[in-house]
Ligand binder design. Structure first.
Ligand SMILES: [Zn+2]
Length: 212
């Protein structure tokens, strides 16, 4: 089993601030260069490393995904510096309908997870020939399995506080209605269901033990 990533309270706080800033500046989404919503240094909950992450609001990302995370940061003077860039695909996100916080947390989990570094390296070998994975192969990556659970940490915290959290199965069923990507992941990965239940249980245990 792949262990879950347990996002810290500090990470959730920063993600909520970024969500609010995204909503406040959503009308800038079509501009070029893409507006930089935020930048922060995080402590990876996996290995304790310090990681710089920026969040940009893109008008369109080819490939039809709502968010993408890549190593490296493109600065205003077009130099590339160290860190990770989360690009939100504003053209595919409806902030009134989509769970923007879950989308941000999914990408932030990638940016803070060394397993994601390994998966990116595997897909971009030294030969220079990029490895293209099918959706099913993507779902099986450790970094995706971890991000698809960790993305719900803030929702789980809220449900616990509201008294609406019952059990992992119920939460997974309800969260499928909040994100089509998650619904597809759940639908096509029955073989990972037990692991998913364990991830949710461990995240809930961690949230309860720290008072959410
Ligand atoms: Zn992902």
């Amino acid at each position: 089993m792949v262990e879950p990533v347990i996002l810290s309270a500090d990470i959730l706080t920063q993600a909520r601030l970024w969500r609010d800033d995204c909503l406040r500046r959503w009308n800038e989404a079509g501009q070029l260069p893409p507006p930089r919503i935020g930048e922060a240094i995080f402590t990876s909950p996996v290995d304790g490393s310090q990681r710089r992450v920026v969040l940009d609001l893109y008008p369109l990302i080819l490939g039809g995904v709502r968010g993408k995370t890549r190593p490296g940061v493109l600065e205003a003077d077009e130099t590339e510096t160290e860190g990770y860039t989360i690009a939100l695909n504003a053209s595919m996100i409806n902030p009134a309908l989509d769970s923007l916080l879950a989308i941000i947390l999914h990408e932030l989990t990638h940016a803070l997870d060394p397993e994601c570094d390994k998966d990116i390296q595997m897909q971009n070998p030294a030969t220079g020939i990029r490895v293209i994975l099918s959706s099913m192969q993507q779902y099986d990556l450790a970094s995706e399995r971890r991000a698809f659970s960790a993305m719900w940490t803030a929702d789980l915290a809220q449900d616990i506080l509201d008294g609406t959290y019952h059990d992992p199965d119920d939460a997974i069923t309800r969260y499928c209605l909040r994100a089509t990507e998650f619904a597809a992941f759940v639908q096509y990965t029955h073989h990972l269901h037990q692991e998913r239940l364990e991830h949710f249980s461990k995240i809930v245990d961690a949230l309860k033990s720290r008072g959410c």
